[in-house]
Every structure is written in C-alpha cells, then in structure tokens.
Design a protein around this ligand. Structure first.
Ligand SMILES: [Zn+2]
Length: 233
C-alpha cells in the first residue's frame, strides 16, 4: 500500500512537474531517466573501446604508456553532447555524469575493456572549485562507471594543487608546463601495484590526462587506462 501511494505521488509530481530529456528537452515518460530512449540510443558514440588503435590511444602515444584508452562520445560545438556536459558542469546536474558513466560502464563491461582494471580514479578538481560546484563532474562519471563495472572507485587518490585557468588558447608545450606540477598523489598506497583507469569529462589535447597519468605512474601504479565522457576533435 505504501509503495502504491508513493507511486501515485510520483506520478502526480511528474504530471505537475514533467521531467525533461536533457538531450532534446522532450517530456520523459515513466521509466526514462534524464535522457529519453531515443536520445540515449542516438548519442554520438565513438565505439573507441572496440578499437585499440583509436584516435585517443593515438593521441596519447609517445606521451604516457596506456593499456587502453576510450572516450564515450564525440564532442561537437553546439551539439547534444556539449549541452549535456554544460548542464553537468554548470547547472548543478551531477546525475548526468553518473548516468552517462553507468551507460558507458555497461558497454565497457560487455566488451571486455575493463577486465584488466583494479581501480577507477578521476581527474581531481581543486578544492576551491569543488567547494563552489559542490561535486567533481569527473568523479560523478567515475562513480557511474564503477557501479556498472564493479571496479572499485577512489575519488580521493589524486589531488589538484593549483587552480589552473582554462587553457583553450595555449599551445601544447605551454599547457604541459601549466599542468605538469598541478597534480599530486593524496594517497599513493591506494594505487601502488594496481591497474588504474583514469577518468575525466572532456579530452582535448590530453595534457591533463598526461599529467595525472604521469603522477600515477610515478607512484607505481602497474598500468594505466583512460576513459572520458567525450573527445573533442
Ligand atoms: Zn531526448
């Protein structure tokens, strides 16, 4: 009876405040969550996890050794993915990160991509920015990946020492100088001897992943993988 009443209350709430799809702004039907079924199946997937020589793996080559690298979606200016990521970062919608993580985690698990990884570690936010935003979007994504794959999750392993400015207009060399002393281990024991899957939201040049990856490798993780929500071309 209690459950029945709760369900009626739920239906009533969604009747008065219909939930919108974050992709197309259409009304969600019962059983849909954040994204409508059509948007979910139409997301611009890269299928990188099925191709060891994908564009992200190639982008990281010669910079840091990675076992496997994949980004879930293609990022295009003014596209659906940009809208999702904008809501995730700036409109206080952490659940978009965990939802996408869960969806991709299921696909990764089915493909065998994750079988070698022992721990998921997100690229950290600086404590000042974390305080303002209230959550780390990369960690929300990592939490979803962890729930779907069963790989343990440690959002505290890495630490961001400096609150770097956005780096949109800098060359790769400058970016590297900018990020190389930005990250440190908070807890090296957590990753030593483990294969770590490093996760972030959007990958552009890969400089942030390279810097974090180097810190993890210096702290003696055994192997490194990368999983991002989206890749910008
Ligand atoms: Zn939709």
């Amino acid at each position: 009876m209690k459950r029945f009443l709760a369900e009626i209350a739920d239906d009533f709430v969604s009747l008065v405040y219909p939930q919108c799809c974050e992709g197309c702004l259409g009304t969600l039907v019962k059983g849909e969550d954040l994204l409508c079924t059509e948007c979910l199946s139409d997301l611009p997937r890269t299928d990188m996890h099925l191709d060891p020589n994908n564009a992200l793996a190639i982008r990281m080559r010669g910079r840091i050794p990675v076992i496997a690298a994949a980004a879930f979606l293609r990022f295009r200016k003014k596209g659906k993915v940009q809208r999702l990521l904008h809501a995730l970062k700036y409109h206080h919608r952490p659940e978009i990160g965990s939802k996408l993580g869960y969806v991709y985690g299921c696909e990764l698990a089915a493909s065998g991509f994750c079988k070698d990884f022992d721990l998921i570690v997100p690229v950290p936010l600086h404590s000042a920015r974390l305080r303002v935003r209230g959550y780390n979007q990369a960690a929300e994504w990592g939490r979803g990946l962890s729930e779907a794959t069963g790989i343990p999750f440690d959002p505290q392993a890495l630490l961001r020492l400096r609150n770097t400015k956005t780096q949109t207009n800098r060359s790769r060399i400058n970016r590297w100088e900018n990020v190389s002393d930005v990250f440190a281990m908070r807890n090296a024991d957590a990753i030593r001897g483990k294969n770590v899957l490093l996760v972030d939201d959007v990958v552009t040049t890969g400089a942030t992943l390279e810097a974090c990856g180097q810190v993890l490798l210096n702290a003696e993780c055994t192997g490194l993988g990368i999983a991002c929500i989206a890749i910008a071309q």
